[in-house]
Design a binder for this molecule. Structure first.
Ligand SMILES: [Zn+2]
Length: 265
């Protein structure tokens, strides 16, 4: 199907949507809005795949979030989920340092978990969906990921691709990811926070994706409520406004960029 808008990262498989998921998915269908339902552990990844198998406008990403270091990463189970033809990305995976007392210790557990998923993405030839959250007033998680991806690129070559979800880095970090061939995506946080504008204007239009990370971060128009993938329209409109471009060209680009990254063309 061809999409009007594409939400590259939602948690539509999550419990927050149990009451009205069907209704929401049919609204999305009417408006030709597609999404990637992103798992954060094995169970939510299974639910994401099940949803993607059922709905034409839903795809799945399967992975283990960096805060899930207490559970062993089950290579075999994730390989099966990753190979599913509805799965378009591996993640969310990455590094989470925010409000963590001992970053060095967290890092030593999170890095191997992330590396296992980098290897999986290369094996199944699908892009990474990366989560990065630095410590307060720092870009540490981004810098660690840039280093890890640089060495992974040396090992695996250009088959390694991916997207930096909920990108909160500055221009320098954006430049590093773009040079590695990684896209960046923005949520509705850009409808009310101005910290992202510089990087948004810096990135070329063909490297930016729209996402919602719903149920988190509802747009300014309904702040504080549960978010959903319909808010991807607010994200596209905010991107266009910040960049001084037309909404239509931003809409077309964000859909095309997602189709290219997720190999849906
Ligand atoms: Zn997420």
């Amino acid at each position: 199907m061809s999409f009007q808008y594409f939400d590259a990262h939602s948690h539509i498989e999550g419990d927050e949507f149990n009451e009205d998921r069907e209704e929401l998915l049919s609204k999305m269908m009417k408006e030709n809005i597609g999404t990637v339902a992103v798992g954060v552990d094995e169970e939510s990844s299974e639910r994401a795949v099940a949803l993607a198998e059922k709905y034409e406008h839903v795809f799945s990403a399967v992975g283990q979030h960096p805060i899930e270091t207490n559970n062993v990463f089950d290579d075999h189970a994730f390989m099966k989920l990753a190979n599913n033809n509805r799965t378009v990305a591996i993640g969310e995976c990455g590094l989470e340092y925010f409000r963590i007392d001992n970053v060095a210790e967290a890092r030593s557990k999170q890095v191997p978990l992330f590396e296992a998923q980098i290897a999986l993405a290369v094996k199944v030839n699908k892009p990474l969906m990366i989560h990065a959250r630095p410590s307060e007033k720092s870009m540490d998680a981004y810098h660690d990921i840039i280093d890890l991806l640089k060495s992974a690129k040396r090992e695996y070559g250009d088959s390694l691709t991916g997207n930096m979800h909920f990108f909160a880095g500055g221009v320098d970090e954006a430049r590093a990811f773009l040079e590695l061939g990684f896209t960046i995506s923005y949520t509705a946080v850009i409808t009310f926070a101005r910290d992202y504008d510089e990087a948004i204007r810096f990135a070329p239009r063909d490297m930016i994706l729209s996402e919602t990370d719903s149920p988190y971060v509802a747009p300014a128009s309904r702040r504080g409520t549960r978010n959903d993938p319909l808010a991807v329209k607010d994200v596209v409109s905010a991107l266009a406004g910040i960049r001084g471009e037309s909404e239509e060209s931003m809409r077309v680009s964000t859909v095309e960029n997602a189709m290219r990254l997720f190999k849906l063309v």
